[in-house]
Design a binder for this molecule. Structure first.
Ligand code: AMP
Length: 427
């Protein structure tokens, strides 16, 4: 099925061509015709499924099909998203898809000066892509008015609630007019999200393209039982053996992320940390360096990593096991994007075993233990781990293919661990 069959106009199809997309992804196939028809939708879909185009393309088309004089401060479409990175990415996509359309957009987020955003709103834009906090600030000052919003998108709904934005979202919802079209996207559908959905969606169609388990299925996962004090050495060991592609390492805390990146640099492995304490500029630079391969390893906290859309992440390392099991799904979803294969390796110390069991319950899989490394800690409850109640006793994936980067049985050199092999063309 081609994009041309979905009911998109020639100008929007030009945008699709500009983006280089040939075949619609499942959420685009199902979502685009529904949004074009004016339906409300709930999409269970993670970043990486092509959901941005699934809502952005039909929104561009609907707005351009009924041109209206541009009104200062009053957008016709509002896309709310939890992080600055995601807002910037959606803004970039809209610019790309809409380059043949006479529509303007503004990206509104905190951490940068308000003035350029205020000026853009005053000049008039059809579409706002915003994070909740800054949007509310600008609304309160009268720079943004939502009374003409025709289409509203709540993106990454579950993460929005996790980040404590529920009150802000509700305040924004209260300012939206009706009737309007509303779209909700969320990787997971906890009860809170369903309740929120009931508040603002009208007779929605539910589209589920990547149930948690199937997303997780496309990633080859292993767990290493290791003492906390050995985790860094295990990471260096892993990086030395996993010579291809970008590596995203998750740390639970900002401080831990900084320390990890510094220690890696000290071991001769170019790495940067990305987290909420860094300025917007520093975060964007870190992402750019990572995307281009200048730094092969990015150390991130959960919130900073949300929505990172970087192709070529071949390995996700959970240096710390997330306390909240759903974060695991978000984390490993950063690899294996758009059908590529990916690996996820979790370093689990004895204090993290309970959290790890919760993750296995959530994804309904038993994650295989990888013990063929020099820092393997005995997992006294290994049998219990493997057969946690409610879990299949066999791993969901066959272990046949094995981890490519574990093929080598070489012991690490005790000094330096520094067999970091730069990728061709990369520093
Ligand atoms: P998203 O889930 O919207 O964050 O999209 C994930 C990535 O897939 C982005 O880099 C998009 O540019 C890309 N993408 C979206 N739709 C398609 C498509 N139909 N074909 C190829 N790539 C796509």
């Amino acid at each position: 099925m081609a994009f041309s069959k979905l009911g998109l106009s020639p100008a929007v199809l030009e945008g699709v061509r500009a983006a280089g997309y040939i075949t619609p992804t499942p959420i685009q196939l199902r979502g685009i015709p529904l949004v074009l028809a004016g339906r409300d939708i709930i999409g269970s879909a993670q970043t990486g499924t092509g959901k941005t185009a699934a809502f952005a393309l039909p929104i561009l088309q609907r707005l351009s099909a009924r041109p209206q004089p541009r009104t200062p401060r009053r957008p016709r479409a509002l896309i709310l998203t939890p992080t600055r990175e995601l807002a910037a990415q959606i803004g970039d996509n809209i610019a790309l898809y809409g380059r043949h359309l006479p529509l303007r957009h503004a990206v509104i987020f905190g951490g940068v000066g308000e003035q350029p955003q205020i000026r853009a709103l005053a000049a008039g834009v059809e579409i706002i892509v915003a994070t909740p906090g800054r949007l509310l600030d600008l609304m309160e000052q009268g720079h943004a008015l939502l009374d003409r919003v025709e289409i509203f998108v709540l993106d990454e709904g579950d993460r929005m609630l996790d980040m404590g934005f529920a009150p802000d979202v509700k305040r924004i919802l209260a300012k939206l007019p009706s009737p309007r079209q509303s779209l909700l996207f969320s990787a997971t559908m906890p009860e809170e999200i369903r309740q929120l959905a009931n508040r603002f969606l009208h007779n929605p169609v539910h589209i589920e393209v990547s149930p948690v388990a199937s997303t997780v299925d496309s990633v080859e996962q292993r767990v290493c039982h290791v003492q906390r004090s050995d985790k860094h050495r295990l990471l260096v060991h892993t990086l030395a053996r996993h010579a291809e592609g970008l590596v995203l390492v998750f740390s639970r805390t900002k401080h831990g992320a900084n320390r990890l990146a510094l220690n890696l640099e000290r071991d001769g492995i170019p790495a940067t940390a990305i987290h909420g304490n860094k300025s917007q500029g520093a975060r964007q630079r870190a992402l750019e360096d990572f995307r281009s391969g200048r730094t092969r390893v990015l150390v991130a906290t959960d919130i900073a990593a949300r929505g990172i859309d970087v192709k070529g992440i071949s390995l996700v390392v959970n240096f710390d096991i997330p306390e909240e099991p759903e974060a695991y799904v978000h984390r490993i979803g950063r690899t294996a994007r758009m059908g590529a294969s990916g690996f996820a390796l979790s370093f689990c110390d004895p204090s993290e075993r309970a959290s790890f069991r919760d993750i296995q319950r959530l994804i309904r899989q038993t994650i295989q233990v990888h013990a063929d490394h020099p820092f393997a800690a005995n997992a006294p409850s290994a049998v219990q781990m493997e057969k946690a109640p409610g879990l299949p006793s066999q791993p969901a994936r066959s272990s046949g293919s094995g981890f490519r980067f574990w093929r080598s049985n070489r012991r690490p050199r005790r000094s330096g661990y520094g067999s970091y092999v730069p990728l061709p063309g990369r520093r």
